[in-house]
Each structure stands twice: as structure tokens, then as C-alpha cells.
Design a protein around this ligand. Structure first.
Ligand code: NDP
Length: 292
């Protein structure tokens, strides 16, 4: 039986509706709209598109968004000063510094300068550190990994003892997804570019999360029948039939894997919309935290 499609777009829409309702409720109670500040350094076209879509999503649910842009030539001090200014601004509940930063800027220092109460991307070292420690709770969980977990748990609420394989170990996706799966009591294997027998390891997974940035790398025979497969990858492949000359594909060969998996996220329309929904959710949470 072909896999059922895990529709991230539909799930994200439901979450956005709940957020919009709560924001409206807050306004009715005389509380200010939650505020998200984005910081974009340089002119990376992909980053510009991501930031724009985040502002649009905020607008749809009543979250106030403020965009700050600095040139690629901005100094470390200028970026740090902007972050500090936003930390002190009571109208800003969440601060999102769009990554990657231009070379020459110290990403770790910039992320570490964000107030942890406003760290809606969840990349502050304290939030990530808490995620990695037993019995500690991060204030915010990174958005893409959080979105993956909502998708997984919507079809597999009990991950106790499940075999989970995460392809990729980046700070943004692979590693935090793996930490979240461990917290949910799955037995987790993290794979990367040095992993041996990748196909066999993947085939042992009840839950497979692919976050490698390699177009359609995960083939049908890499997947255990019935597995839950989450495709995080967003890759451009040339396609002369498309007006833009390319199309987007995931890290999973969708047509092959859908014949084997139990559940599968599409690209686009899977993890991407969930990432933005989690950002809105984190921003609302930051506003709630600032209420008292
Ligand atoms: P990175 O490039 O930072 O990390 C890729 C990871 O995959 C690394 O750990 C790397 O291993 C591993 N890897 C690369 N090639 C192979 C290979 N041939 N075999 C095994 N492992 C390999 O990518 P990101 O984590 O930032 O992003 C991954 C994908 O997810 C990209 O396509 C990106 O566009 C997408 N993405 C999607 C988001 C969404 O909202 N849907 C959000 C963020 C990212 P090593 O560590 O050894 O180098």
C-alpha cells in the first residue's frame, strides 16, 4: 500500500488559525500584539525569500513583524549593537537573526547575544544546551526540528523504543531533531558524511528524518516498509519544463519511497510550512512569557 502523505501545509494552517485566535484574544484583553524582529545581514537571495515569507506569515496571524537589514559589510559590533537594541525594546518579543551570516561575522557570538527570553529560533547556546541535558527545559526549541516532531507525533504519538535515524548532524536541523527524538524516548542513530553502510542503517529506521541537502538521496530500498519518513531537504534541480528553469525536490526520492513508507512528507508542502508555524508559535510563547 502506498504511503500516506503527511500534509505539513494543512497541519501548519490549523496551527496558524489557533495562533490567530489567541493573538485576537490577547488584543481583546488589551495586551499588545506579539512582536517579531528579523535581522537580515547582506543580500543572500534565499535568505531574503525566507525572511519575506516569515513577515507574511506574521501578518496573517496578527503578529507584528519588524524587519532590520544591515549590509554584508556590517561589522560584528554593528550586528551585536542591533541585537542589544532589540533585546531592550519591549515591543519586540522575538528576535530572529537569519542564517547564514556573511563570512567574517561570528555567528556563535551573535546568537549568544540574543536574550534567551527572545530566542524564538532556539539557537542560543543556553537553549540548545538545555535541549541536550536530561531534566532541563529549553525556553524555545528550534523551529524546523520542532516542526518535524509535530509531524512525526501526529502519526506516531508513542516513540518509546522506536528506532529513529537522522540523516545529517547540522546545528540547525539534524542535531536538534536527534536530541528531540531522544527526549521522546526513541533510540536514535545520527548519520553524516562519514557514516558507513548508510542504506542499511536507514533501513533499520521506524522513523527516518532526512536533512542532508542532497537531492533525492534516500531511495526506495533505503526505507523500512511502513516507516515514517520526514523529508527536510529543499534542493533545486534543473527542469527546463518549469518557468523558473528548476523545481524543488527533497532529500528523499518521493515516487520510490512513497511505495514503501507508511507516512511521507512532500517537498514542498511538508516540513517547510511547519517551520514557519513553529516560529509563530514560539513568538506567541515569547509574548506570553513577557506578560508578567
Ligand atoms: P547542512 O549542509 O548544514 O548539513 C548537512 C548534513 O548532511 C551534514 O551533517 C552532512 O554531514 C550530512 N551529509 C551531507 N552529505 C551527505 C552524504 N552524502 N551522506 C551522509 N550525510 C551527508 O544542511 P542543513 O542541515 O542546514 O539542511 C539540510 C537540508 O534541509 C537542506 O536541503 C536545507 O535546504 C534543508 N532545510 C530545510 C528547512 C525547512 O524549513 N524545510 C530548514 C532548514 C534546512 P557532515 O556533518 O559530515 O558534513
Amino acid at each position: 500500500m502506498p504511503a500516506q502523505i503527511l500534509d505539513g501545509a494543512a497541519m501548519a494552517e490549523k496551527i496558524r488559525q489557533q495562533i490567530a485566535q489567541e493573538v485576537a484574544q490577547r488584543l481583546a484583553e488589551g495586551k499588545p500584539a506579539p512582536g517579531l524582529a528579523t535581522v537580515l545581514v547582506g543580500e543572500n537571495p534565499a535568505s531574503q525569500v525566507y525572511v519575506k515569507s516569515k513577515h507574511k506569515a506574521c501578518q496573517q496571524v496578527g503578529i507584528r513583524s519588524m524587519g532590520y537589514e544591515l549590509p554584508a559589510t556590517a561589522s560584528q559590533q554593528e550586528v551585536m549593537d542591533l541585537v542589544k537594541h532589540l533585546n531592550d525594546d519591549p515591543a519586540v518579543n522575538g528576535i530572529l537573526v537569519q542564517l547564514p551570516l556573511p563570512s567574517g561575522l561570528d555567528e556563535e557570538k551573535v546568537l549568544g547575544a540574543i536574550s534567551i527570553e527572545k530566542d524564538v529560533d532556539g539557537f542560543h547556546p543556553i537553549n540548545i544546551g538545555r535541549l541536550a541535558q536530561k531534566g532541563r527545559e529549553p525556553l524555545f526549541v528550534p523551529c524546523t526540528p520542532a516542526g518535524c516532531m509535530v509531524l512525526i507525533e501526529s502519526v506516531l504519538p508513542d516513540l518509546n523504543g522506536a528506532n529513529a535515524v537522522v540523516l545529517g548532524r547540522s546545528n540547525i536541523v539534524g542535531m536538534p531533531v536527534a536530541l528531540l527524538l531522544v527526549r521522546a524516548n526513541a533510540t536514535v542513530t545520527i548519520c553524516h558524511s562519514r557514516t558507513r553502510n548508510l542504506k542499511e542503517v536507514c533501513r533499520s529506521a521506524d522513523v527516518l528524518v532526512a536533512a542532508v541537502g542532497r537531492a533525492e538521496m534516500v531511495r526506495g530500498d533505503w526505507v523500512k516498509p511502513g516507516a515514517v519518513v520526514i523529508d527536510v531537504g529543499i534542493n533545486r534541480v534543473e527542469d527546463a519544463t518549469q518557468p523558473r528553469g528548476y523545481r524543488l525536490v527533497g532529500d528523499v526520492a518521493f515516487d520510490e519511497v512513497k511505495e514503501v513508507a507508511g507516512w511521507l512528507t512532500p517537498v514542498p508542502g511538508g516540513v517547510g510550512p511547519m517551520t514557519i508555524a513553529m516560529l509563530l508559535q514560539n513568538t506567541l510563547r515569547a509574548a506570553r512569557l513577557s506578560d508578567v
